[in-house]
Design a binder for this molecule. Structure first.
Ligand SMILES: [Zn+2]
Length: 460
């Protein structure tokens, strides 16, 4: 049995990093509800930004990407008749759907041939919605093709035939933050802090070059995140990007900030502008599949064998995805009595990584692979006592511990000198927010009866 101590601080704030400052006195701490409920912004905590301002961002875009222009919806008929909706079914074509709605095949031809966007009406998919509006005399007046929650095309009859208009809707990004303290695993801490699986995966991707999320986390490590949730029509639409994150592992703090560089490329950088993306992942395995039970075995990560052990073993359930640690080329992918299913990857001139006892191989000899690409799954083929990934790292043909030779590995990309001032300015606000979260968390941890402290019993 162990106790998870978690602090969740959440509130909503329209997106404007420069204006957003955490006021500890005003911050409400919550405990039981899901985080989404917690961050629905009360009017008084929302910055004075309306939907036509910079508060709108396009899905997946960072705070400093250009905004998308909204197209005007098609004009309604003088006397608006109701829209009748039809859902596209498997095997449907336009004629069938139009007939179902009480209109003609010739209407389909008119729209497709006359409207500027007419051809795109032919690209319908099951589950999409078409809505029809008739004139008073029962003729087709307009058709709406709802392509997605974000995009609708309206075709309207006019004196010159059908015209089309595309209306796009951009989700509103709301900033949220969360803090967690690790007791068993990062994944558990993230879940307890109300983060979605996607966001936890994203967090792991960001820190995957500096932290081994299977072997490194220790009880008492902390995570702090500032991230976006995307809302559409007042409802959570999907997870947005992580804007900044900090991970304190065994007393050492790593910070990462999302930044769009001068070329328009989005990446995560530490406070000095050094990219978080390294040449090699610290742990080439999907840690989110590794339960706390498996994590407990990290105390003894290396199986005792009679021969000297020259790799790292990650105990994980059969089927857990195994990633290429870095970009490279598969030099061998095969089976042997001792290795079981194995994959070897050459990275540049000097480095080779080896992955043994795989359940399945997902790459072929000679194939190019990129970092984090799934190359196989964890298994127990060959001389293995149970499902685990045996991982080896070789430098110039010599086995090395990837965890202790970091200084010899290729340097990560840094932002160019001339961009650093701009970068420092861009991360200033997020940086002070992370600092405030850390302080707030420490204070809460010291007051054991703090109302914001959530204690959860985790079964081992
Ligand atoms: Zn091993």
């Amino acid at each position: 049995m162990s106790k998870a101590s978690l602090l969740v601080v959440g509130t909503g704030l329209s997106l404007t990093m420069a204006m957003a400052v955490i006021e500890p006195q005003q911050t409400t701490r919550y405990s039981a509800q899901p985080l989404i409920d917690r961050i629905a912004p009360p009017a008084e905590t929302t910055m004075a930004l309306t939907t036509d301002s910079a508060a709108d961002v396009v899905a997946g875009a960072g705070p400093n990407l250009p905004l998308e222009t909204l197209a005007q919806p098609a004009p309604a008929p003088k006397k608006a008749n109701p829209w009748i909706e039809q859902t596209v079914r498997t095997g449907d074509n336009l004629s069938v759907i139009f007939k179902r709605a009480g209109f003609q095949t010739k209407d389909v031809y008119s729209i497709v041939s006359q409207a500027e966007e007419g051809k795109s009406l032919e690209r319908i998919f099951p589950g999409q919605t078409l809505a029809f509006q008739a004139t008073d005399s029962g003729e087709l007046h307009a058709v709406k093709h709802i392509r997605s929650a974000l995009e609708t095309v309206t075709y309207t009859r006019s004196d010159e035939g059908f015209t089309s208009a595309i209306a796009t809707q951009a989700p509103t990004a709301k900033m949220a933050w969360a803090s967690g303290t690790i007791t068993t695993s990062l994944f558990m801490a993230g879940q307890e802090a109300g983060l979605s699986q996607n966001t936890i995966m994203e967090l792991a991707n960001i820190f995957g070059g500096v932290i081994d999320f299977v072997l490194d986390p220790r009880k008492g490590d902390t995570i702090h995140l500032i991230y976006e949730d995307l809302y559409l029509n007042g409802e959570k639409y999907k997870d947005g990007a992580i804007l900044a994150a900090s991970f304190t592992n065994q007393g050492e703090t790593f910070n990462a900030y999302r930044y769009t560089d001068a070329n328009g490329d989005v990446g995560y950088y530490n406070e000095d502008g050094v990219s978080m993306r390294k040449a090699f992942l610290m742990a080439p395995v999907d840690f989110t599949r590794i339960s706390s039970n498996f994590n407990m075995r990290r105390l003894h990560p290396i199986y005792k064998t009679t021969r000297p052990h020259r790799g790292t073993d990650y105990a994980a359930p059969r089927g857990t995805p195994v990633y290429a640690a870095g970009d490279g080329r598969v030099t061998k992918a095969g089976y042997s009595h001792s290795n079981g299913n194995y994959v070897f990857i050459q990275h540049g001139e000097q480095y080779v990584t080896k992955y043994l006892h795989l359940h399945k191989r997902k790459v072929k000899q000679g194939q190019r692979v990129s970092q984090s690409q799934v190359i196989g799954t964890v298994g127990s083929t060959g001389a293995a006592t149970g499902p685990h990934l045996h991982y080896e790292f070789l430098v110039n043909g010599v086995h090395r511990n990837p965890r202790t030779i970091h200084k010899q590995l290729p340097k990560a990309k840094s932002l160019p000198e001339e961009e650093l001032a701009q970068f420092q300015l861009a991360i200033q606000s997020a940086s002070s927010q992370l600092a405030a979260l850390r302080t707030d968390n420490r204070l809460a941890m010291n007051e054991s009866d703090s109302p914001g402290r959530v204690q959860t019993q985790l079964a081992q």
